[in-house]
Structure formats: C-alpha cells, structure tokens
Ligand binder design. Structure first.
Ligand code: AHR
Length: 719
C-alpha cells in the first residue's frame, strides 16, 4: 500500500449522479439557493484502505428478451433448422413463409434431415410449370427484420437435397421483396443426398428490416435444412454482434454469469437449458424452446460460445447449471446422480485437457486451451424447493472432490443468518422500488464477516419507479452499489439484471441495454454502471457524509492500482440542491484539481428515459472540473470537444452542466499543475496570487486538505 498512498488523489474524478431543477437553473442560483448542505469526508489513511475484490462488478447475461437469439448472437435466420414448431410434422415453420400461392408452391416439414438430433427439414414442392417472374419459394425475415448493410458481406450456409437438377436464387431483399440488396443463383445437381451449400452475399444497399429469400422457377421438389446467414463481421470472428459486445466491454465486466436465471431452470425440466445439446457443430444442435421466456432458440449461442464470450470480455465465467429443479418439477435427490455426472462432464468440457473425453470436444470446436471456470452456481432461486438442499449437496460434494478450486454458489440467502449447508458464496437477488433499494445500501453492514461471501447476481429498481429504465432507478442503484463497495469484504460480486432487451420482445422490464436489429442504447442504469467500472480490484476508502440531508445522499471513494487516479461518487437522491463541502484526510499527495474531471449523470426529470431517437437523454457527460479562486463564483474553461458535446447534450434538455459544476475553490491542496500547454487556458484565468494561495501542500504529515465546495443541483419534481 505504501507506494500507492503516495499517489492517492493526484487526480480525482467526481461522478455525480444528480437530479436537476430543469431549465430554469442557473449556476449562481444553484449555488446560492442550495437548500441543503453536506460535508463529505474521505478518509484516505492507509490503515482504513481496503482492497475491493477483483471480481466485484460483472455482467449477468440471460437468454431473456431475445438477448442472445436475435441479440448478441449475430445469426440472422430465425428457426434455421425448422425445429421451432416441434418434432411432430407437419409443423409451424414460423417465421418462415412462402413466396407464391398454394397453386404454385406447397411447403411442409417432414423428418428427413441428415442430422440425427434435429430431424425436421422443410420439403418445398414447386407446382407451377410457368412460375411467376422472380420465381416462387420461401423467405425468412429473421428476428423482426435483418439488418443488411451496404458493402457488407453475409455468409450463407444451407443444406439442400434435390432429386433433380435445379437452380436456386438466394437473395437479400426488403421486407416485401421489392428492393434487392444481394442476389445470386446456385445450381444444385440432382442427387438424393443432402448437400451443404455455402455462398457469400455482398449487399448493394442498406435495409434494416430485410429478409432472406430462396426462390426457383423450376417445377419439382427441394428439401432445405439448417439455413444460416451470418454477417462476416462479428466480434473477433466469434459470432457476436460487435456493437453490443462493445457496450458490454464498456462496463469493464470482471465476470460473466450465464446463461440465466429462470432460463436455466425452465418452467419444466424438459425445457431447461442443456449444455450438452448446445455444443458441437451448430448444424447438429437440436435447439430448444425456453418455456419461461417463451421463445425458441437454435442454441447457436451455446455453452461453448458463452465460455468464449467470457474469454473475449476478459471476464471470469460463472456457469449457472440446472440442479434438477425447474419452476414446476424436481428430480428427487435419490435420482440426481445422472444430473451430477452431466455437470461434471460440463466442467471437463470447459477445463479438461484437449485429450480428455469432453475436453477433446472443446478442442475440436477450436479451443484446445481450457476455459478457466472457477465459479459455478448450483441452480437459480431454488432455495425453497423441496429437493434443493439434497441435490445441492450431491453437486457440491462431487464438484469439490473433482475440482477443489471451484467456488460454489448457493441459492440460499446468508446475508442475515448463516447457511445450513457449505458454500463459498451465496446468491442474493433484489428487484424493488427506488426508495427501498436506496436504503438497502446498508444491507450488508450487518452481515456476518465470516462464512460465504455474497454474490448480488441480480439487482434492479423495477415497476413504477423504473419505467423502461429511468434516472430515478439508476440513482437508487448507484447508492446501492456504494453500499456494496463499502461491504466488499463480504460482497464479492454484483451484477445488474437483466442486461439486454430486444425491444421487439420485452418480456422483462427494465433492462440495461435496449436494442433492435441495428440500434442500441443504454438506459440510465447502464450508464450508471459505467461509472463503477474501475471499482473491481480498486482500493476502497471510507467516506462519511454529515448533513441533515444525509438520508438522501450516498457516496464512495476509491483509488485504483494501475493509475494515479481516484474516483469519488456522490449521489443526490433527494429533490433539494445541496451545497457540498468535500475534504480528505490521510492524503499523501496533492490533489491535481486542474487535471480532474467530473462526470455527471442527470436529466431534467427523474423519470426521463433514453430511446433510440434520443439515446443520450441521460448519459454521462464528462468535463473538466472547473475551478475558481473566487468563492461562490463560476468558472468555465475553454471547451475541449468532449466538453462541447457534453454541453450540447445537456443543454438540449434544459440543463447546463457547466453551471452545475460551480465549484468554489477554497482548498489549498493544489500543488502539481499540469504544464500550461497541456491544459486549455481557464477563462477567466486564475490570478497568480490566488494560484499561490492554492499551492500549499498536503503531505503525509500535513493536515487534512482544505475542502472543496461543490454545489449539487437539485432533483427535478417527479412527473
Ligand atoms: O432477471 C430476470 C429474472 O429474475 C431471472 O431469470 C431470475 O433469476 C429472476 O427471478
């Protein structure tokens, strides 16, 4: 810690999650009319500093809201193997449909596929001798339309069988077929065997709601199966939608909990996620109907891909497996052994050497090196179930014996009383209103310091306080996170839930990232989480807030190891403006205030939401921390570009960020000014006399740095 201390707070980032009064606010009014005062003290002394676990903040990814299928998994064809309608034929081929009418074409599923685990295929009989211009055939609209972009390449793979020679035209078109974006004709020689066809399609235009067409003019019969269209450009070539992965990366996730949630359990065990069915060549995967969230997935995003995703994110994989319990049925502990064996196999798949039975399957899929699975969750939200404890212990003992280093997560809450079974961690889920979650920042204050650590794997404000992702929700969640940081000696991990929603299928609301086939935006809860990205593995410093208004305020302070930077987060959950005084004790270096920045998450109304058309109504805005040597005055520096953007965004909805940062400089801890050339010149420039006044040093032996005073803008009136 010693060397770290010397750099403490050389730069401070203030993350202010605030409510504002709206467009009538002006800085001087904010400052002068602050109706509340607060003193925030950071104790940076080494003896009170504590390392936050490396794993504190991560991601919970659930296959919910089409987060995976039609989401981060870039496959554009929905129901590519015609299995979604079930094994009984004829079956519903939705969302496939026909081009032509019943006098020209007849399509029906049968069970003639060459793939033994997904036997349904589509038989297409062309009836017309003189087919309409453009031919007849089938089309797939993807997941509410395919995003086809000009100049981009799309890889088509399909399995075809045709007893007679035929020419198939494959095209990417607009949703009604009128606009042709890419087209090619593929000759299929008449054979009785299935043939794999591969074709690259390069788009000659952009259409966000395109479809894939397969047509012909030739009378006869053709079978189709496993029709896939993938963009050539996916994250690291691993099949993930790049822009959504980018939003995940911006959260700096240290773990990835997957693949659910309730998705893991199923309403019925027969519909639960089964890792074994989700690995190997994609064509051979049977897919399954997720009966909790009510949609089919081809399981292109399978167990292997989740492990790959963890690696690509630099996040520790946390495999939540089914423990023989669904929402409506359970496996008796007396019969759980095959399920235990199944999970051990899954761990061998992830961790075994490339010549082990299951490790070799992983290696054949392209990953000879093991995936470092160090955490598993034994079920999801099943603590109260009849066979939970019995089943849990069977899994626990078998895994402990085979993989002593794997940390196991129980579904039973140990935050207020001890568990009656062994566990390394326990799962803690909370969905509640904003006031309750705000107050829950103290939840783990009282938890036992011995025993398993908490994994807050699902938290969110929901229902009326959340709308579809409100500023109000994010403020309470931020306060909750400061409490988790404070208690990170007993809270090891935390993740918001759910992460993603395709806005065409919002089964669960709210969610952190909203997307459709081509757009995405973060809700305030998403942006809030980006403000906590550096916490994992950082050094925590205790803060105290002294104010008659402290019931509406929350804060945390950290420094992190690889830089000289510090973060101070301050949340004003209340509706009053607050004049805030910040001071720090234990500083062993000076505050480089001119190198500091403030990031503010706010809006003019607490229920404001972002949207596709206004994705940054509330997003974080970054600016230099403005200083003035005149108490209670406002100083605005010449604007770097980021500042201009920030200001434009905030002023667009009636809030001038610069005014919120009216900082009265009455502190004297400025010592290291960056070279003048590296900074925009302040306007008005501080006078030499006042700079000199600001240069008194704090040092290991020096008294506490004199305080910064900051006017926090008030909260908007609820609608
Ligand atoms: O996050 C949505 C759901 O909430 C999860 O599937 C489940 O674990 C919880 O009930």
């Amino acid at each position: 810690m010693g060397s770290r201390e010397s750099s403490f707070m050389s730069t401070i980032f203030f993350f202010l999650l605030l409510f504002s009064l709206g467009c009538k606010c002006i800085a001087s009014e904010l400052h002068l009319h602050a109706t509340q005062t607060a003193v925030l003290k950071v104790d940076a002394s080494p003896q009170l500093a504590r390392q936050i676990p490396d794993t504190l903040f991560g991601i919970f990814f659930e296959e919910i809201n089409h987060a995976g299928a039609g989401g981060i998994w870039a496959e554009l064809v929905s129901n590519r193997g015609f299995e979604a309608g079930g094994p009984h034929t004829p079956s519903n081929i939705d969302p496939w449909s026909i081009i032509g009418d019943d006098s020209s074409i007849f399509v029906a599923t049968d069970r003639t596929s060459c793939f033994s685990r997904n036997t349904v295929a589509l038989r297409m009989e062309v009836l017309c001798d003189n087919c309409p211009a453009g031919g007849v055939g089938i089309y797939n609209p993807g997941f509410w339309g395919m995003n086809i972009e000009d100049g981009k390449t799309y890889n088509l793979v399909m399995y075809v069988k045709s007893p007679e020679t035929v020419e198939l035209t494959v095209s990417l078109t607009s949703s009604d077929g009128s606009q042709n974006l890419a087209s090619t004709t593929i000759p299929v020689s008449g054979v009785s065997n299935w043939t794999k066809l591969e074709q690259k399609l390069v788009a000659q235009g952009t259409n966000r709601t395109s479809r894939l067409q397969i047509t012909t003019n030739k009378k006869g019969v053709v079978w189709f199966d496993q029709v896939s269209l993938m963009p050539a450009d996916t994250y690291k070539g691993h099949g993930f939608r790049t822009e959504l992965i980018s939003m995940m990366l911006d959260l700096k996730p240290r773990f990835l909990r997957f693949p659910g949630g309730c998705f893991v359990e199923g309403e019925w065990l027969r519909n639960a996620f089964r890792w074994r069915e989700s690995i190997g060549p994609w064509e051979e995967r049977p897919g399954h109907f997720g009966d909790v969230w009510h949609y089919w997935t081809d399981d292109g995003l399978g167990y292997y891909e989740f492990l790959q995703l963890s690696e690509d994110l630099g996040a520790a994989p946390i495999w939540v497996f089914n423990n023989g319990i669904s929402h409506n049925d359970e496996v008796d502990t007396a019969a759980i052994a095959p399920f235990v064996k199944d999970v051990l196999d899954s761990l061998e798949f992830a961790r075994g050497s490339a010549d082990s039975t299951w490790g070799s399957v992983r290696a054949a899929m392209g990953h000879p090196e093991p995936f470092p699975v160090k955490y598993v969750a034994i079920g999801n939200e099943d603590c109260g179930k009849k066979f939970y404890r019995g089943n849990y212990l069977k899994f626990y003992n078998a895994i402990r014996e085979a993989y002593p280093d794997i940390q196991m997560i129980s579904n039973c809450d140990a935050s207020s009383s001890p568990l009656d079974h062994p566990a390394d961690l326990y799962d803690f889920h909370v969905y509640t209103d904003s006031k309750t979650l705000f107050s829950m920042k103290n939840t783990f204050d009282r938890s036992s310091r011995n025993g398993p650590k908490a994994f807050v794997s699902e938290y969110a404000v929901w229902r009326s306080d959340a709308g579809r992702g409100s500023l109000l929700a994010s403020l309470a969640e931020a306060a909750f996170l400061t409490g988790l940081e404070k208690n990170s000696d007993v809270v090891q991990m935390a993740s918001y839930a759910p992460l993603f929603v395709n806005n065409n299928d919002q089964t669960w609301n709210p969610d952190a990232i909203v997307f459709n086939s081509w757009q995405q935006y973060g809700t305030p809860s998403y942006w809030m989480q980006t403000l906590f990205g550096e916490s994992s593995g950082a050094i925590f410093h205790p803060v105290t807030i002294t104010s008659s208004y402290s019931g509406s305020l929350a804060a945390s302070a950290i420094t992190w190891q690889d830089s000289e930077n510090s973060f101070l987060r301050i949340i004003n959950f209340g509706s009053d403006p607050v004049s805030l005084t910040i001071s720090a004790t234990g500083l062993q270096a000076r505050v480089n205030a001119l190198g500091s920045t403030a990031t503010v998450l706010t809006s003019s109304n607490v229920m404001d939401e972002n949207s596709f058309s206004n994705p940054n109504k509330q997003s974080r805005c970054k600016s230099r921390l403005f200083l003035t040597l005149s108490p209670h005055s406002i100083l605005r520096l010449p604007s770097p570009n980021s500042w201009q953007r920030c200001e434009a965004a905030t002023q667009a909805h009636g809030y001038d960020l610069s005014l919120s940062l009216s900082l009265s400089l009455s502190f004297s801890s400025l010592e290291r000014f960056p070279p003048a050339s590296s900074l925009p010149a302040p306007a008005p420039a501080p006078s030499p006399a006042s700079l000199a006044a600001g240069s008194a040093a704090s040092s290991p032996t020096a008294p506490a740095a004199p305080p910064h005073r900051l006017a926090l803008p008030p909260k908007a009136s609820p609608p």
